[in-house]
Ligand binder design. Structure first.
Ligand code: DOR
Length: 439
């Protein structure tokens, strides 16, 4: 009988590929770091196991086999704050969280607003355990005053531009940026929080902020910013992506814009659909300080509704490492941000799938096909011939988030001690196992 040569097989898992509309038990065969065959008839596929070394026959029965997950919103701190995260450690955290591709934001030091820094990040990432795609700055030094050389950034490999962390206040500069981005075929990712309404706020402006005596960032600050950018996006005919959307009004604005045919997409972060602002008063955990802030129950419900009806296209962590000594201060003195790469999948399963809001296929689409489509990444599918980036998930595995288990250099997670369901079993990058969970 004729047999073919394969390097690896992931056998008997529930294969889900939203890009192909595929969902079935199957064996996935790899050769030369590429997807070589997907066999639904697992009985007759056994003949093809003969050439495969036993250690490369991965039993995935009872598991999910999906395209390597993509996190389109990650802060790596290299260059500049390698004590908090390096490109290598961030990618190890990514692999442990099931992400084989991540997109890194430009608020490093130096800022990624020039070709050299894009090239530096990409060259450092060559040896890493995940693909790194770079998001360049919209404006020089993220100052919102002068456009960066967007063409140069794209030429060096940037897949989008963003001043993330800052809202680009000047609408004229935003207009020009959208026009340039359109010329280069890339989206602009907007951190939509109006500076004047939100500046100095450290949590959501609400009953809770009044009760705690902390200065708030009002929902309307996000909504005004989203509405302005949607209008500019429609006006310029460009592509806009709203980062970490959090308020009911902002979700509704994106929903209406999509209905009008404006090319806007959006992402939600696990902390924004897993927590409400009531959590802050319980222990003043500074890891709950994040921009945009954790909102009210009504907002969380609206974000979930947006995920369900497709208004929100992607789930992205906004992984933001910070040093322990910087977070170990009063709540309003702490820098905003929490790590997220290693808890995203568990939070998604526990907060959304277990509660019946999303199916696995919907969730995987928001972490594979959708970000790949928005950023035009050659990833996010198990189509024959594509690069073998694969995540194997144990969907029912129960685990507890422990500080000592984080691979990220920073440990600033408010989820430490949480019991989650759903964990990564394997992360495979171009046919190479880069993470193997405890079996
Ligand atoms: O909380 C946040 N932290 N929001 C941002 O937009 C930036 C990020 C960071 O870089 O720490």
């Amino acid at each position: 009988m004729k047999t073919s040569h394969y390097d690896m097989v992931i056998r008997g898992g529930q294969v889900i590929d939203p890009a192909l509309g595929f969902g079935s038990v199957a064996d996935v065969f790899l050769r030369d770091g590429k997807i070589s065959k997907i066999a639904k008839d697992t009985e007759s596929a056994k003949k093809d196991f003969v050439s495969i070394p036993v250690e490369n026959i991965i039993d995935a029965s009872g598991k999910l086999v999906v395209p390597g997950l993509i996190d389109m919103h990650v802060h790596l701190r290299e260059p500049g704050r390698e004590d908090e995260e390096t490109i290598i450690s961030g990618c190890q955290a990514a692999a442990a969280g099931g992400f084989t591709s991540i997109c890194c934001m430009p608020n490093t030091n130096p800022i990624i607003d020039n070709q050299e820094t894009v090239k530096f990040v990409l060259s450092r990432a060559e040896e890493a355990d995940a693909n790194v795609y770079v998001i360049g700055a919209i404006t020089k030094m993220l100052k919102g005053e002068e456009l960066a050389e967007i063409g140069d950034l794209v030429k060096a490999g940037a897949v989008a531009i963003s001043d993330d962390g800052n809202y680009l206040q000047n609408p004229e500069i935003m207009r020009r940026a959208l026009e340039y981005a359109r010329m280069f075929g890339i989206p602009i990712i907007s951190h939509a929080e109006d500076y004047f309404l939100c500046h100095g706020g450290v949590m959501n402006e609400s009953f809770q902020s009044t009760r705690l005596g902390l200065r708030g960032r009002p929902a309307v600050g996000e909504e005004i910013a989203v509405l302005r950018d949607i209008r500019l996006c429609g006006f310029t005919g460009s592509k806009l992506h709203i980062a970490h959307i959090t308020t009911a009004g902002a979700v509704e604005a994106v929903r209406r814009a999509k209905a009008e045919g404006i090319e806007v997409t959006a992402e939600a972060s696990p902390h924004h659909f897993s927590l409400t602002d009531e959590a802050i008063g319980k222990e003043f955990n500074t890891n709950l300080r994040v921009n945009p802030p954790i909102r009210t129950k009504k907002d969380v419900e609206a974000v979930i509704e947006g995920l369900i009806d497709g208004t929100i296209d992607c789930i992205a962590s906004d992984h933001a490492p910070h040093a322990a000594e910087e977070k170990d201060v009063e709540f309003d003195q702490a820098p905003p941000g929490m790590i997220g790469l290693e808890t995203s999948l568990g939070l998604l399963k526990t907060s959304l799938i277990d509660k019946g809001y999303l199916s696995w296929a919907d969730a995987i689409r928001k972490m594979t096909y959708n970000p790949a489509r928005i950023l035009k990444l050659p990833r996010g599918t198990l189509a024959i011939g594509s690069v073998a980036d694969i995540t194997v998930i144990d969907p029912e595995k129960k685990w507890t988030v422990k500080k000592e288990n984080f691979r990220s250099k920073s440990k600033n997670s408010p989820f430490i001690g949480w019991k989650l369901s759903g964990k990564v079993d394997y992360a495979i990058l171009a046919g190479r196992v880069v993470f193997k969970g405890k079996q």
